[in-house]
Design a protein. Structure first.
Lengths: 351, 304
């Protein structure tokens, strides 16, 4: 075969290939989805979480000035409100995937399932010490949401929590709040300033789906399964201390917030949502299936008492775990179907 | 209209419009173009490639009728039983999570994941195709069924589909296992950040080879490459030699000849070999659609 033959063949290939490769563009719908996600969910949720943590700070200032049961209750109530908004931000967190500088921000805020050491033990040591609180609480774990929850709700001492809310404890809580507000402020700012459309559309959408897959796994296994003793790691050993918020009883609201965030990313009235993306990829039925499973999980949750601590061994909690696991698997099935690999299954290339 | 489409699918006529199939109109058009180039360069008459003795040979006519019957069998008997890639992918994901635990999806530039996945799919698919094809020749039981394909005495692009349904099933199983396994591993690590680099829905590497004349593997166009190139990629001439009475123990490769080279079954087309297609004397046993379908079982029964 001569060089001429090869050159002619390559030229021919160059001429023929483009004729055969005109694929329809999905760019507009993908861009609309990403813009709507950024404006209606990512920016709004992070701004709300920031507002809520600032509200916690204000209530801590009030508590410091006037330590009464009412001001303590108010601080606790603001904390619970903040948790609901923070879970929404955490569930859809894609900022780290869009910009490397933001990869670790959630870990600086939330230490659930990360800490190897006991946060309560460290906090108690810090509170008992004579050294300035700000110098002792230098680790992110002791300045995290989980530390803040302990400081605002748990008290292993004989005195009441209100009595324990001495200056050092409130000071420690304020340090946590400042740490959380700092990183959350950067996240909120990051969502405002990052152009979600700078990355390839498909890549950004993939990060959204990855965030949902990740969240669905952690919701089923870390937040429910581990506490109920239904995961391999803790099989048959339930413990309420493994709930995400064992002291404040906010786990119920956190789980609901996570599920509702999944729901609003998938299907929002009048918005280009994940369902719209699925429609252009012939995966509508799979996404509708997930939506149904999320609805069912919310139904199960609605039938449970808001304090999960005493119900981790109940049938409802087990049913919730199974339902959440189903959601996680359903996300994988969407990915598998989206790759459309079954199309050639019968083309058994005998040669 | 849907009924017409269904009927076309059952008869395999949709292959002309399906880029996943070698008989897709685009690939056929490209093949015709290559044949014209080839004839001009070789100073050969284009009309000679349309020789009735080839295209209307009893073996070729058997290919055409068998194509329709095999297509109906594939749709009615094989498809409902075929293991899906989805299932294998899901099992692999479960296995990976059980063995390694849950994997936080790795953040890496999407194009690298897509490139890696496309390459992994191509390489492992081609390797598994080589292995199964070799087994079809070396295992006496499988050879009884693979003889159906080798019984063709003339080669046309339709000969590609002269394959016993059992072989179709095995190759379908191979596809599901390999594709599902690789996909499961990639989803475990990279999640949704996954896609195949494709042209009109076909793996870009596979598309390139289809458009570059995969259809010539079963044809009278004796197109060989340079020796150096044939050590990496199977040329149509190399595959044609595999179809000769004496060549069935070499050149098992699908796209890459690398596997043949690594496992000692490579033969280059520059050898002055005699090209006589078919099985020799036993070819008389495969003269009808029924014989193509049932003879392997008879051979098996006779032996046992």
């Amino acid at each position: 075969m001569s060089y001429k033959t090869i050159t002619l063949s390559l030229l021919y290939l160059m001429l023929v290939s483009p004729l055969l490769s005109a694929a329809p563009s999905k760019k507009d719908i993908q861009q609309e989805f990403l813009q709507a996600l950024q404006e209606q969910i990512l920016i709004q949720d992070s701004a709300e979480a920031l507002r809520n943590i600032q509200q916690v700070k204000q209530s801590l200032n009030t508590l410091q000035r006037a330590p009464t049961q009412r001001t303590l209750n108010q601080a606790q109530s603001h904390f619970a409100q903040f948790i609901v908004s923070w879970k929404a931000v955490e569930t859809a967190y894609i900022l780290g995937a869009l910009d490397d500088n933001y990869i670790d921000h959630p870990r600086f805020i939330d230490y659930f399932h990360q800490a190897k050491e006991s946060i309560p033990d460290q906090l108690e040591k810090a509170l008992a010490s004579n050294k300035p609180v700000e110098k002792i609480l230098f680790k992110y774990s002791t300045k995290s949401i989980n530390a803040l929850e302990y400081l605002l709700f748990a008290n292993p001492q004989k005195e009441t929590l209100l009595q324990a809310m001495g200056t050092r404890r409130v000071e420690a809580a304020k340090i946590s709040v400042d740490n959380i507000a700092l990183w959350l402020g950067e996240i909120a700012q990051g969502y405002q300033s990052t152009d979600i459309l700078l990355a390839e559309n498909a890549a950004s959408i993939s990060q959204v789906v990855n965030a949902l897959i990740d969240s669905s796994y952690k919701l089923a296994n870390w937040r429910v399964g581990d506490a109920a003793g239904l995961t391999k790691k803790y099989e048959g050993k339930p413990s309420a201390l493994r709930l995400e918020y064992p002291f404040s009883n906010t786990s119920y609201r956190a789980i609901r917030s996570i599920l509702q965030t999944h729901q609003k990313i998938i299907n929002r009235d009048g918005a280009i949502d994940l369902l719209a993306i699925a429609q252009i990829n012939d995966a509508e039925s799979e996404v509708l299936f997930i939506q149904k499973q999320i609805d069912r999980a919310l139904e199960i949750l609605a039938g449970m008492p808001k304090s999960l601590t005493e119900h981790i061994e109940s049938q409802e909690f087990k049913a919730l775990y199974k339902q959440l696991d189903k959601i996680h698997n359903a996300y994988y099935f969407i990915l598998i179907d989206a790759l459309k690999l079954n199309a050639t299954i019968i083309d058994a290339d005998g040669d | 209209m849907p009924m017409v489409i269904d009927t076309a699918q059952w008869l395999g006529l949709d292959y002309l419009l399906n880029p996943q199939k070698r008989l897709y109109w685009g690939y056929l058009l490209s093949t015709i173009g290559i044949v014209i180039f080839y004839c001009v360069l070789k100073r050969q008459s284009i009309a000679s490639t349309l020789d009735k003795k080839i295209w209307w040979h009893p073996s070729a006519r058997l290919d055409y009728s068998y194509f329709i019957v095999a297509s109906i069998i594939k749709m009615s008997l094989l498809l409902p039983w075929m293991l899906g890639v989805g299932e294998v992918t899901y099992w692999t994901l479960q296995l990976m999570e059980a063995l390694l635990g849950y994997q936080q999806k790795i953040i890496i530039d999407r194009q690298w994941v897509v490139l890696g996945y496309t390459l992994a799919l191509f390489l492992l698919s081609d390797l598994s195709r080589y292995c199964l094809h070799r087994l079809m020749h070396t295992m006496p039981l499988l050879w009884k069924f693979h003889q159906v394909h080798h019984s063709a005495e003339v080669l046309t692009p339709v000969t590609f589909y002269r394959v016993h349904p059992l072989e179709n099933f095995l190759f379908g199983l191979r596809y599901a296992l390999v594709t599902g396994f690789i996909t499961g591993i990639f989803i475990h690590f990279y999640g949704a950040n996954l896609a195949i680099l494709d042209i009109i829905g076909v793996n870009i590497i596979v598309f390139s080879f289809h458009i570059l004349g995969d259809n010539l593997r079963h044809s009278t166009i004796h197109l060989g490459y340079f020796d150096a190139l044939e050590k990496w990629f199977i040329s149509p001439a190399q595959h044609q030699y595999h179809h000769t009475v004496t060549g069935t123990k070499v050149n098992y490769g699908g796209i890459l000849s690398l596997w043949d080279r690594l496992f000692g079954s490579l033969r280059l087309s520059s050898h002055k070999d005699h090209y006589h297609y078919g099985l020799g004397e036993i070819a008389t046993r495969f003269n009808s659609v029924w014989q193509l379908l049932l003879r392997p079982f008879a051979l098996f029964k006779k032996e046992s």
